[in-house]
Design a protein around this ligand. Sequence first.
Ligand code: ADP
Ligand code: MG
Length: 522
Amino acid sequence: MSEKHIQPVFILSDASTRTQGRSAQRNNILAAKVVAETVRTTLGPKGMDKMLVDAQGHVTISNDGVTILEEMDIDHPAAKMIVEIARTQENEIGDGTTTAVILAGELLKNAEQLLDDKIHPTVIIKGYRLAHEHALQTLKTLSRTVRADDQELLEHIASTAMTGKGAESAKQHLSSLCVQATKHVTTADEVLIDNIKIFTLPGESSSSSELISGLVLDKQVVHPNMPTHVSDAKILLLNTSLELQETEMDAKISIQDPSQIQAYLDMEEQLMNALVQRIVKTQATVVICQKGIDDLAAYKLAKHGILAVRRVKKSDIEKLAKATGAHVLTDTKDVTADALGSAGRVVQKRVGEEMAVFVTECAKAQAVTLLLRGATTHVLDEVERAVTDALGDLRAVLLTKSIVAGAGSVEVLVAQALSEFAKTLSGREQLAVQAFADALLVIPRTLAENAGLDPIDVLADLASSQHTWPGVDVYTGNVVDAWDARVVEPTRIKTQALSSATEVACMILRIDDVITAHEKAN
Ligand code: ADP
Ligand code: MG
């Protein structure tokens, strides 16, 4: 009788690990839920903050989803996919990162329930996709149009974005600054948020923040004899240096006679004189240079009463061009009066412990600076994040003109529409669509929880409310009409959050095998 040997086949190295089937799914879903759970307490006006300390001991205090997740050292692959949602949301809009992550976590949590009931992941995914489509359509019908000149509504959008963040105390003032700033950088088909420079300055309260129609440079004038205040400035922007050129090659000048030294120095001075004369002739009163200005040039410019700043960042030079209307010159030979820009005032001021040069009062500035103030750098960082969120929301609104009311109301309305839609479906997909609808309610539920309210009571009140936009009043615990309360947000926050949350939830549900390679121990 021949003995049959069953030879085991190893396709993975010893160092690899593998989890399969339900346990792989369970593990991934758990990781995603943990990430969502982490940021959950920060949602909404009453959300808490997280304190994050990095390996170097730097402290970040934030309530911003993406900031928290970026600072956390997350390792699990499924958890990383959730972090990616926050990152996409941040890049696409800037706001709504926590919402997107919480939604993804809840979609997966509800899917797990269905998996436990032996519903196949493919069916869940199909139901989720149907629900997602229907949710987007519902959002479209719910959303309202905002006019680009509706200053008041735009300010409400900005202030909704800043509610509950470090900027809370000066929310109104900052909202108005944000709306004014976006006006400067709006062109026919874009809102160029990058042309808004944010300059943070510790000290004073956020309500002392200002909009500078121009640019603030963290530099000082190059020569002590230069003026530190120029009115009606004519500005020359250079991205070349004002220095006597060193030769490209190593050259040796041999001088036999001492008088030749003087001749050589004179020649250098003449070259510089010619250069400075060319600038003076244009009647420029301010020179801003991306590269160096040497001592001789600085001295000569100072003698002609010209204010000069050197080694300014390229991005700042570009913004200055947009603010002042100047052309950035790459060659000193091109210096002409046509290339100059203008600003009502250029002044050097002490700000905090440093000096800064303010190029301000630019008529028709297409690049501006938001000078943000705050008691400490930690406060200021959070104010900056809130302002960036607000600017992102304003951009989204100005581009799409479409808004919805928040405070959980839009989620309640979409969930109700989805429940109706589910009834039109048969079989198990219906369950998945209903699970999707229930997942949306995580937003009002969390807003209520974070405000110390009873989520069950609040959800029941929302469901039975007669308001057009039934939202959570986090301050009183009542149900309010969120539109009337002017809690308004761009529709794009919601569509983007829904899309990426659905996408990633489905992707995670489709995984039934996780193979991890580990480094081999030597
Ligand atoms: P995200 O990172 O998702 O933007 P936030 O912490 O900014 O998270 O919270 C956003 C949520 O807070 C949205 O659902 C929004 O509708 C809600 N919200 C904002 N302002 C208010 C308010 N005054 N009352 C109730 N809810 C609000
Ligand atoms: Mg927000």
